[in-house]
Design a protein around this ligand. Structure first.
Ligand code: GDP
Ligand code: MN
Length: 379
């Protein structure tokens, strides 16, 4: 979206251009990969690990924390450890962080979920998906296994990194005083979050929070009033001045433009989520019942919290990370050859064949082999 382009070009630059010989001499950040998964997702988890290990972690060796509302079986744990030389920990997500909270009538919540299923809302009828979204919205950072960490990098099954990441993004985030990093921003399915923005806006209003410039990224631009109210020339000439009718839309205030950071990739400071401000935000959102009566995702939750509490300078766009999750991917456009003015700043691509070809072209250009043999290989 153009709004975020404006924000980022001014406030956020790519950390590193081109490829480096990965510098592993510096001490690592206090950080870990966080992977929520089920035993049945083992293959997808391996795919993701292979990708991130090959393109980044074989040099940097950041530990992994695997979380599950069930128990990981021995096969899962043994197999996963075979794909990294880094430390791996496995944790269980207890009922305090998963499932229906005690303040809601589970029958009412379940009915809400079922109704979304009937209405064919994506994942809307799937109880466990609601649990997952709420867990990632308000709990993962409170998990005991994450207590010792200051930073996390979220990893999901069945994702793919295309390019070598030859610098440490955590250390760069620290150096540049960043709080939250993303690589894809997309529009949310409206029917999953009909009321999310009303509550987020109310949180902001009730707590007297002034936008630091990021909130606007999530607000639908208002139609030009003047255009709407303009009367035809002949009316203007033939009638005395007439006040335009009150525009009811103008009375309703801001509207959500559905934009959100796609949270299946995320690198962020945990203390943002652990702050009193974020906790108040989560509590207000949670108590509204929106995780049950609607299907609020953790992505719009994280995004709107960032919008309310952070400034553009706190956000980093990892535009140099080639990343794919299911049908949407981001391919780096930061190679000098790609710095064309008409290039959309944020690239969201549905992988139909034509697009695929276009992207192959991007990768070729970005894929110049480097003398040191590392190369930014986008595969
Ligand atoms: P999508 O990316 O929105 O299609 O949702 P996913 O099915 O990929 O779920 C998002 C993340 O939560 C992934 O890391 C999943 O492995 C994980 N996840 C989703 N549902 C569950 C669940 O019921 N239990 C556990 N342990 N993990 C889950
Ligand atoms: Mn996923």
């Amino acid at each position: 979206p153009p709004a975020i382009r404006k924000i980022s070009e001014k406030h956020d630059k790519v950390f590193v251009t081109g490829c480096l010989e990965p510098d592993t001499s510096k001490p690592r950040a206090n950080a870990a990969f966080v992977v929520l998964a089920r035993n049945k997702e083992l293959d997808g988890v391996i795919q993701s690990m292979k990708s991130i290990e090959r393109h980044f972690n074989r040099w940097y060796n950041y530990p992994y924390v695997f979380l599950n509302d069930g128990d990981f079986n021995q096969t899962f744990m043994d197999t996963v450890k075979n794909y990294t030389s880094a430390t791996v920990e496995f944790g269980k997500v207890g009922p305090d962080m998963w499932g229906y909270p005690d303040w809601i009538d589970p029958k009412v919540a379940k009915e809400g979920v079922n109704k979304q299923g009937d209405n064919a809302i994506m994942y809307g009828g799937m109880e466990s998906y609601h649990f997952m979204c709420r867990f990632y919205s308000g709990f993962f950072y409170k998990h005991p296994l994450l207590a010792k960490y200051e930073w996390y990098w979220r990893l999901e099954p069945e994702i793919k990194y295309f390019c070598d990441i030859t610098y440490d993004p955590f250390l760069q985030m620290i150096e540049h005083n960043k709080t939250y990093g993303f690589t894809i921003a997309v529009k949310e399915l409206r029917e999953t979050v009909p009321n999310i923005f009303r509550y987020a806006a109310a949180y902001k209003r009730l707590n007297n929070i002034k936008s630091q410039g990021l909130w606007e990224m999530f607000v639908e631009p208002q139609p030009e009033k003047k255009e709407k109210e303009k009367l035809p020339e002949e009316v203007l000439r033939s009638e005395p001045a007439r006040l335009p009718d009150v525009d009811p839309e103008g009375m309703e205030g801001e509207k959500y433009n559905m934009c959100h950071f796609w949270s299946n990739f995320e690198i962020a400071r945990l203390d943002f989520f652990r702050s009193k401000e974020y906790e108040d935000f989560f509590q207000m959102m949670d108590r509204s019942g929106g995780f049950w009566m609607e299907r609020w995702g953790d992505a719009p939750i994280h995004s709107l919290a960032a919008g309310a509490l952070l400034a553009p300078r706190d956000i980093h766009y990892f535009r140099d990370f080639g990343y794919r999750h299911t049908t949407i991917q981001h391919c780096p456009a930061n190679a000098p050859a790609r710095q064309l003015p008409r290039q959309p700043w944020l690239e969201k691509t549905t992988l139909d064949e034509r697009k695929r070809q276009e992207e192959d072209q991007y990768w070729e250009e970005y894929d110049a082999p480097k003398e040191n043999g590392v190369g930014c290989r986008c595969r």
